[in-house]
Design a protein around this ligand. Sequence first.
Ligand code: ADP
Ligand code: MG
Length: 399
Amino acid sequence: MDIHEYQAKDVLSNFGVTIAPGALAYSPEQAAYRARELGGDSWVVKAQVHAGGRGKAGGVKLCQSDQEIQAACEDMFGKKLVTHQTGPQGKGIYRVYVEAAVPIEREIYLGLVLDRSSQRVMIVASKEGGMEIEDISVEKPDSIVRSTVEPAVGLQEFQAREISFALGIEPPLVQQMVRTLKGCYRAFRDLDATMVEINPLVITGDGRILALDAKMTFDDNALFRHPQISELRDKSQEDPRESRAADRGLSYVGLDGNIGCIVNGAGLAMATMDTIKLAGGEPANFLDIGGGATPERVAKAFRLVMSDQNVQAVLVNIFAGINRCDWVAEGVVQALKEVQIDVPVVVRLAGTNVQEGQRILAQSGLPIIRATTLMEAAERAVGAWSNDLKQATRVRAVQ
Ligand code: ADP
Ligand code: MG
């Protein structure tokens, strides 16, 4: 789960990371009011969307008066901000963060990520802040400092000092940098984050180190133990299909194709998508219904897949290990009776109780296309979709 910049700043500041004074606003008037409350004579109005690259896309504006703040906000509220990270559809702006403008002397890049090969949290930093890390790694790869943290002891002072020296931090500021690094690490570890990014971390003219931007991503599977973090969820920033799935305990990723996939297990879902592509089709989604696929769960999965208007065929691919094919078959039959499905449905079952599952499908009298291998299932789904294309399009056009 992603959170907004202002939320990440609040979280990180509780771990000792210093931020500039700022406040949230839901309207242009409130933004101007917040600026007056903050005091000073220049502010930055920042669109709160779950994406980086806002500065270049017009989502970060420097303002010097009430009027400028209101005008900047009028340009943002209710609009979609399109940055290189949002995709062409953009993300809606419903909140802005008003922050005191800071005299920047130097910009540093600081990121903490999970490094899968060392199975450790890795700190990635560069003197070349302000640029995206992808660009830094292409244009200034030598400027990148990497350091992995030994989980048994956490981030050590000497290690944080080494990173500071590698970034060329002036000796009087090293202690502040160490506090920032340790704060980010503790926030990452204690809150089960998967990413913390401060870009830029700035050094001001008056010798302060401040997080001017902040991004945090959390492990969805650990959110249950951090209710204060899961409260920060903002569904307006998520793909509605994905939030509907998450609310129903299903893992769903919307894609651009037209073959809906209902699969158990992420690995099998990936293999299914690959096979659909191999058969010449394009998957409309990645949907993992998980281990215990009760008939209700299968029906929910069908409803979700069918809510995508692009879906023109559904492929159900189940390998029953913990699951049972007969339960899944019952689920498919129940779903087909309950959910209005006007596209071909191909089902491939393998594993525990497969014969019983096949019998249930065969005896249901429903127009289910059965397949024994994954390749056959993918070919049938792609074939069924092409044959059925005209008819399916007509049915949808009538609806
Ligand atoms: P994004 O990464 O989405 O473009 P940032 O928060 O990093 O958004 O802001 C973009 C740029 O705007 C920063 O690199 C920084 O130069 C400038 N900026 C952001 N906040 C402030 C601030 N409070 N004072 C001065 N400049 C700022
Ligand atoms: Mg940034």
